[in-house]
Design a binder for this molecule. Structure first.
Ligand code: PMP
Length: 404
């Protein structure tokens, strides 16, 4: 057989399998391990029979188009539907012409990265930040600069300091990447003042903002501010990304970019080379689902359900975890971020012990930090485990933290 590795690109050589991912992949098939590691919706919530009816109707009624190739930017019906949906639910005024339908918002991140980043450009992110966004930006050659966070997300005064010093040292910053609500992994949400501050800083330092918003529909506290940055951006600085993954089903692989002006055309051209267009069939299905109010209904059901899971998780943490453990209390989204203030406690090193001895899994926090810190942190998901698993899992986690 040939030595295949000589055929690898530099990019492929640079991509390394992560030990953590491999470990977590193994436990998917182990019933004895309680996993808080996933970031996935509870499949109990998938509106299966409604989606089956819509899929059947779409194929039988519109099959000639729904099973055919379609426009790179996405079906006009879906773009118009989503444009209305964002206006109605989020106050975002984006014309259908500025929307691009993507294959999940993961592809939106890739398109933004390919369309905007040259090797050596700086992307400023929250620290920690979403792992697969970090990956997409790094593959495009970005240097990532992280900004400290507190319980309200990115500290925008620190952001200002970072932008100033990057400017002084002649670095080229392309955009600030933020997950404003129900942050993955930090579980935080930005205040309205901070959102305004980010936009003002983007204008002052002449950079763009990429707002990644999969979670702002799943909100547990009345009165929590979930205004997207995009809705209050008067300068044309914000590129907004969202997805149906958390409010309908991730398997549909439908996300979108609400872009601006010339950027829209560029992103469209980038997407053309990636996959021509996102699946026509699931675009038809999502358009019908939104029109029929299925997302609104699912949000109504998912929110109290996940809220009760979040509350169960927080109350188990309150009961079991020692007082040197700190954790976020998310007002939305699917994650709690845990910090263990114990000398030498390293969640990366302990993952294997956690799985084999304590039968519990989490995602080690260090994976999400862009500066190699965060070894005493972990990301905990509460949407997927059952209520019993939440209580038992936190008990096991507490034993791990106390004993190791
Ligand atoms: N951004 C963030 C912050 C996420 O948490 C996720 C999913 N975990 C995505 C993007 C990607 O979502 P999808 O590709 O399923 O739309």
């Amino acid at each position: 057989m040939p030595a295949y590795d000589k055929f690898y690109s530099r990019l492929a050589v640079g991509i390394k399998a992560s030990d953590i991912r491999e470990l977590l992949a193994i436990i998917k098939h182990r019933k004895d391990v309680i996993s808080f590691a996933g970031g996935i919706p509870d499949p109990k919530l998938f509106p299966k029979s409604e989606l089956a009816d819509i899929a059947r109707e779409v194929i039988l009624k519109y099959g000639d188009d729904a099973l055919q190739y379609s426009e790179t930017k996405g079906l006009i019906e879906l773009r118009e539907t989503l444009s209305d949906f964002m206006r109605r639910t989020k106050g975002i005024q984006t014309d259908a012409e500025d929307l691009i339908i993507t294959t999940g918002s993961q592809q939106a991140l890739d398109i933004v990265a390919r369309g905007m980043i040259d090797p050596g450009d700086v992307v400023v992110t929250e620290n920690p930040s979403y792992l697969a966004a970090i990956g997409a930006f790094k593959i495009a050659g970005a240097k990532l600069v992280g900004v400290e966070m507190d319980e309200h997300g990115m500290d925008t005064h620190k952001l200002e300091e970072k932008l100033r010093s990057l400017k002084n040292s002649g670095e080229r910053v392309k955009f600030i990447y933020t997950i404003p609500v129900g942050h993955n992994p930090a579980g935080t949400s930005l205040t309205l003042d901070r959102k305004k501050h980010i936009i003002e800083l983007a204008e002052e330092y002449d950079v763009m903002v990429v707002e990644d918003d999969p979670y702002s529909y799943i909100i547990y506290e009345d009165g929590a501010d979930t205004t997207p940055l995009k809705a209050i951006d008067k300068y044309g600085r914000v590129i907004y990304l969202s997805t149906v993954s958390k409010v309908l089903a991730p398997g549909l692989r439908i996300g979108w970019i609400a872009a601006i002006d010339d950027l829209t055309r560029k992103f469209e051209l980038v997407k053309q080379y990636l996959d021509l267009h996102s699946p026509t069939l699931t675009q038809f299905i999502v358009a019908e689902a939104v029109k029929k109010g299925l997302i609104d209904r699912m949000v109504k059901v998912a929110t109290p359900y996940y809220k009760s899971k979040r509350d169960a998780m927080l109350s188990a943490m309150e009961d079991y975890l020692p007082d040197y453990v700190d954790y976020t209390k998310p007002i939305g989204g699917l994650f709690i971020f845990v910090k263990v203030d114990k000398e030498g406690f390293n969640t990366t090193k302990l993952l294997e012990v956690a799985i084999t001895k304590y039968k519990i899994a989490y995602v080690p926090g260090a994976s999400f930090f862009v500066d190699g810190t965060g070894h005493n942190t972990m990301r905990i998901n509460f949407s997927y485990p059952t209520f019993d698993e939440i209580y038992e899992g936190v008990r096991r986690l507490s034993a791990l933290i106390k004993n190791e």
